[in-house]
Design a protein around this ligand. Structure first.
Ligand code: SUG
Length: 447
């Protein structure tokens, strides 16, 4: 059976803003309090979806969540009508208002961890919605994202969408950002890599907290019904977490039989790569191709600035691979040299690069790979997905028009106190749910 990857990109919400909420994510803390450009952000994201669709790939869309999350502010003791809640929160707890206003659901690599049916013992596709326990503004995404994923992957015979793991630090889970799947060229045989940063009883990073807990990764392996032969746990190098590598997808990525990583990404890197190669050969009967970029070629700092490892690598219908990289990679001489050398080297399967302007998302630490959830499916499964969430030229045109109509050009931190913004967003989301033919998509439409 033929498998193909569907990338579900997060549609950037009209509330896209810079609030400096994500400790250890240097772009977020550096740009916190800057003015954002929601319209430009959403259009940049849409152009990436369109380009991948035009390359012949199957593309999906995940909608932005309802923000501000006033139900959450109510749980925190705010009361009254929306206008009153917003104005009280703006004056007495602006950090909470910023958290419930975050557009962070756009980074759908963090929506869930996905294991395709060709890996799981019950031959169903398993998704575990990420609890995003490491940051308050992200943890409040989990239940809503879970609801949306259940609408999209509703066929229980083919899909199982697991609840987020319990909201505790000891089960902190960041979804696909800490998960990679290596596979045979045709994707049918895979080895799933679970990269964790912290574990009970062992000192981890010192400056910034690691986000993914070993117990969470183990739980997902169990509930996705993976085996020892097709799953492998890897410890992230605490030193790079302290340099700003807050997710594994900031320092490594993979596609099919190709692993692109930095030489400092993992603890005991040499041993780890040897084990992966052996397991891969056993499982996929192919040689794993690894490009481990040396610090001399590209420092960790420059890797974070240019976000090379947050590129998407995708396989086209003619089996060639293409790198979908942020524009920042082209502008960094050293990063561009690494990319050019990979493309020039016949040993590696990547034969092309396309650069994308995703500056609005990048300024919050979200590159091309953060913006998408990878879901590998066969044709039957793709047909069973709620088709309203699959990208078409028609949907592209509608979404573009919708963004242009509803989104602000600029959003400064003080604008979050503006009660008209709240109304504007609800109007926009209401129309979006019509475009996506999902009239009860948002809590304000259900309760
Ligand atoms: O969780 N940024 C996100 C970026 C997520 C990137 N995703 C992946 N690497 N897969 C985060 O750190 C910043 C929000 C703000 O500061 O306004 C933020 O949440």
């Amino acid at each position: 059976m033929k498998f193909r990857e569907v990338n579900f990109d997060g549609l950037v919400g009209p509330n896209h803003n810079y609030a400096g909420l994500a400790e250890g994510n240097l772009a977020s803390t550096t740009n916190g309090k800057n003015t954002s450009h929601p319209k430009a952000a959403a259009l940049q994201g849409l152009e990436k979806m369109k380009a991948l669709f035009d390359l012949g790939l199957t593309q999906g869309v995940l909608p932005p969540l309802q923000r501000p999350d006033l139900a959450c502010l109510k749980k925190l003791g705010f009361s009254g009508n929306p206008k009153k809640i917003i104005s009280k929160a703006a004056s007495s707890a602006p950090e909470l208002l910023a958290a419930v206003y975050s557009s962070s659901s756009m980074w759908t690599a963090n929506a869930a961890t996905v294991s395709p049916s060709c890996d799981t013992k019950d031959i169903r596709l398993h998704l575990t919605t990420a609890n995003l326990n490491s940051n308050f503004h992200r943890s409040i995404e989990a239940d809503h994202t879970h609801f949306n994923l259940k609408q999209i992957f509703s066929n229980k015979k083919l899909f199982e969408v697991h609840q987020p793991l319990p909201q505790t630090e000891e089960l902190a889970d960041e979804g696909g950002a800490n998960h990679m799947r290596l596979s045979s060229k045709d994707f049918s045989k895979g080895l799933e890599l679970f990269v964790y940063g912290k574990e009970k009883g062992r000192v981890s990073s010192k400056r910034y907290s690691a986000r993914q807990h070993l117990s969470a990764s183990r739980s997902i392996i169990r509930q996705h019904k993976l085996t020892e032969k097709n799953s492998f746990l890897i410890r992230q190098n605490p030193k790079v977490i302290d340099q700003g590598v807050f997710h594994n997808d900031v320092i490594s990525t993979s596609n099919g039989n190709f692993l692109l990583t930095h030489e400092t990404a993992f603890s005991s890197q040499k041993k780890t790569l040897n084990s992966i190669s052996e397991l891969f050969l056993e499982r996929c009967h192919e040689q794993l191709l690894i490009k481990s970029v040396k610090s001399q070629e590209l420092s960790v700092e420059e890797s974070i600035n240019s976000y090379l490892f947050n590129s998407q690598i995708v396989t086209l219908d003619n089996d060639s691979m293409i790198l979908i990289a942020p524009e920042e990679c082209r502008q960094s001489t050293k990063t561009k040299a690494v990319i050019d050398s990979i493309i020039a080297d016949a040993k590696y399967p990547v034969s092309q690069v396309k650069y994308f302007d995703l500056k609005q998302s990048m300024s919050n630490g979200g590159g091309p790979a953060c913006l998408r959830l990878r879901v590998l499916m066969n044709d039957k499964e793709i047909q069973a997905v709620n088709q309203s969430f699959l990208f078409t030229n028609k949907l592209y045109k509608k979404l573009k028009k919708w963004v242009k109509k509803h989104y602000r050009d600029d959003l400064a931190p003080k604008d979050l106190a503006d009660p008209f913004l709240y109304e504007e967003i609800l109007t926009a989301l209401d129309e979006l749910s019509q475009i996506l033919r999902a009239p009860k998509l948002y809590p304000f439409q259900r309760y």
